[in-house]
Design a protein around this ligand. Structure first.
Ligand code: SF4
Length: 84
């Protein structure tokens, strides 16, 4: 099935309609080859840039949409909220 891209204010910022399937609380947005997540500080974001749309879709399907607790980025970002 072909996915449609929704542009948010032009530029590089875009999101995909399949973003509604994401369960990870750190997810921000995505495009055909990127996934943007919360940053390690409040002043930045984390962007994953994949070599292909298939690799991006694989990350989304396996981690963002389902088993996000096993994602290495999720584990890194979770530490931000853990108490010492
Ligand atoms: S599962 Fe990982 S890559 Fe996906 S939104 Fe969460 S932290 Fe980002």
């Amino acid at each position: 099935m072909q996915k449609a891209v929704l542009k948010l204010g032009g530029g590089d910022m875009a999101t995909m309609f399949d973003d509604v399937d994401v369960k990870c609380p750190f997810f921000l947005s995505s495009s055909k080859r990127k996934i943007s997540c919360e940053g390690i500080t409040d002043d930045c974001t984390t962007t994953l840039y994949f070599s292909s749309q298939e690799k991006r879709n694989e990350q989304r399907r396996i981690f963002c949409d389902d088993n996000y607790v096993c994602c290495e980025i999720y584990r890194m970002l979770r530490e931000k909220y853990e108490e010492d």
